[in-house]
Design a protein around this ligand. Structure first.
Ligand code: TMP
Length: 218
């Protein structure tokens, strides 16, 4: 059976990255061969592009350069890692994908959505995630969490995390617009809830999705 492509999306501090391990463990507990990856990144070349994209010590980057680098990293990731894994029957869980480009570069940076659509069609053809879990959280609350994380891990904001709060309000709205537009693909998780509630909701969505996948296979 062809694998399934599951993506996780959301703003800063929504807890999606820490949910990757939970999702992978759950899928494996259901005997599903699962691969975890992330964007931008996921291959050696794409991780090198990620380092450039997040490096705040570089001079400011033109918005088109940023957009093209996102899709350059994605092209490499898709052909070298995601598509071969899916063809081999693995399920791929990816921390961010093209919906992030719509939310951050489209809604956040006000890049024309048609331009993103053109790049998406070029790089992906008709390929898109089978399921997207959107971790939605109030922007201020998300930032409080991020600040706690910096303090605990002694890390600092990357180039995106330095943006103004209004940027992240636009990103959040962009994600919610897309979720409303593609209800078959998106499931929205209220990420302001306790970890237990969030994991409970994720599990419900995954159980439903696995059942559908099995039914399609029969
Ligand atoms: P991360 O915080 O999930 O590791 O992602 C790194 C940053 O990259 C995050 O601030 C969002 C940003 N990003 C985009 O702006 N566009 C994209 O297409 C992707 C995949 C990520």
């Amino acid at each position: 059976m062809q694998g399934r492509f599951i993506t996780l999306e959301g703003g800063e501090g929504a807890g999606k990255t820490s949910s990757v391990a939970f999702i992978v463990d759950y899928l494996r507990s259901q005997s599903i061969d699962t691969l975890a990856t992330r964007e931008p990144g996921g291959t050696e070349v794409s991780e090198a592009i990620r380092a450039v994209l997040l490096d705040k010590s570089l001079p400011s980057m033109h918005a088109d350069t940023e957009l093209l680098l996102m899709f350059a990293a994605r092209q490499e990731h898709l052909v070298r890692k995601i598509l071969p894994a899916l063809a081999a029957g693995q399920w791929v869980v990816c921390d961010r994908f093209t919906d992030a480009t719509y939310a951050y570069q489209g809604y956040g940076r006000a890049q024309a959505l048609e331009r993103i659509q053109q790049l998406e069609a070029w790089v992906q053809g008709t390929f898109h995630p089978h399921l997207t879990l959107l971790f939605d959280i109030d922007v201020e609350l998300g930032f409080q969490r991020v600040r706690t994380r910096y303090a605990a891990q002694q890390t600092q904001a990357d180039r995106f995390e330095q943006e103004h709060i209004s940027f992240f309000e636009r990103v959040r709205r962009g994600y919610l617009v897309r979720a409303a537009h593609y209800p078959d693909q998106f499931r929205v998780v209220d990420a302001s809830q306790s970890l237990e509630r969030v994991q409970h909701d994720i599990k419900q969505y995954l159980m439903e999705f696995i059942q559908q996948a099995k039914a399609q296979h029969v």
